[in-house]
Design a protein around this ligand. Structure first.
Ligand code: PBG
Length: 308
């Protein structure tokens, strides 16, 4: 009877597994702060994508880790860059698989900020948007189905949409990290992606955790600019924002269950302090209850494997 009257279920088809892909095979291997997650070589990522596809997952979200970085993030829009190559190979092997590419500069800049710096050392909005647009085109040309700008620059969704349309990529979708908070929960990711800012922090472009209404304003702007999917990130401390967004917008709402949220559960379970399986299920179903349609989570693969 409990099953009959159950209000929410998690379907692997709504889960997205992030994949870290390294350009230099020497950088591949486990990530100490994220037990169970690794950095893949190109071939490793294609192999992993096959496994995830067989498990019925909704999509993969690619993060590239280039061999070299510079101030202008030039490797980001290299047609032979690691994300571009990986997308091409996954789409060749699995044409039906949805490939999402995170679109940001922080893994590609030597200073680790998400944008291009001006002479004062601040992130410059408009030149950053130019690089993002150029990069988005190289992703679309490589077969990426969804580009996911995660930088929080203003006006980037419209600029990317216009550039994609001008090259006849009308069908390439945009999942915007619309409400991305300046969060302590990204810690393990920055180790994984080697993207910790070398100075300062991301508070000039990411949101203040104290603000909820501002998130809705950011989401409304992205919707107007042509975003196809709106995202809230991180997840656990922001479920009120997800609920408000679900009630206000008709677009699909994605939720990013970030690295720190993953590692907290893994660490506690490793110590025998909580039951991992139950905790993960309880957390994922809370996302569905709050109104999320798409859940990006490092637990996607394990969860899907268990639900078979
Ligand atoms: C930026 C980006 C970040 C994450 C996803 N995209 C890091 C940041 O903003 O510092 C974090 C994801 C996570 O913590 O799991 N490209």
């Amino acid at each position: 009877m409990r099953e009959l009257v159950r209000e929410h279920r998690i379907d692997p088809a709504q889960l997205v597994q992030p994949l870290f892909v390294v350009e230099n095979p020497k950088d591949a291997g486990p990530i100490a702060s994220m037990p169970g997650i690794e950095r893949f070589t190109l071939q490793g990522a294609v192999h992993e994508a096959r496994t995830l596809d067989a498990l019925g997952l909704g999509a993969v979200l690619l993060f590239g880790i280039p061999e070299t970085k510079d101030a202008a993030a030039t490797k980001n829009y290299d047609p032979a860059g690691i994300v571009q190559q990986t997308a091409r190979e996954i789409k060749n092997a699995l044409p039906h698989m949805v490939v999402i590419a995170d679109l940001c500069n922080c893994e590609y800049t030597d200073h680790g900020h998400c944008g291009i710096l001006n002479e004062r050392g601040d992130v410059d909005n408009d030149s950053t948007v130019e690089v993002l647009t150029r990069t988005a085109l190289t992703y679309a040309r490589s077969g990426v189905d969804v580009v996911a700008p995660s930088d929080m620059m203003d006006g980037r969704v419209r600029a990317i949409r216009e550039a994609l349309d001008a090259e006849d990529f009308e069908e390439t979708a945009i999942m915007s990290y619309s409400a991305k908070y300046a969060s302590a929960f990204y810690g393990p990711f920055r180790e994984a992606a080697g993207s910790t800012p070398q100075f300062g922090d991301r508070r000039t472009y990411q949101m203040d955790p104290s603000n909820g209404r501002e998130a809705l304003r950011e989401m409304a702007l992205d919707a107007q600019e042509g975003a196809d999917i709106l995202m809230v990130k991180p997840a656990l401390a922001y479920l009120d924002v997800v609920r408000a967004a679900r009630d206000r917008f008709d677009l699909p709402i994605a939720l990013y269950n970030v690295s720190g949220e993953y590692s907290m559960i893994k660490a506690a379970a490793h110590n025998g302090w909580i039951d991992e399986e139950r905790a993960v299920h309880e957390m994922l179903v809370s996302f569905a209850r709050a109104g999320a349609n798409i859940v990006i989570t490092y637990f996607a693969k394990e969860y899907a494997a268990r639900s078979r």
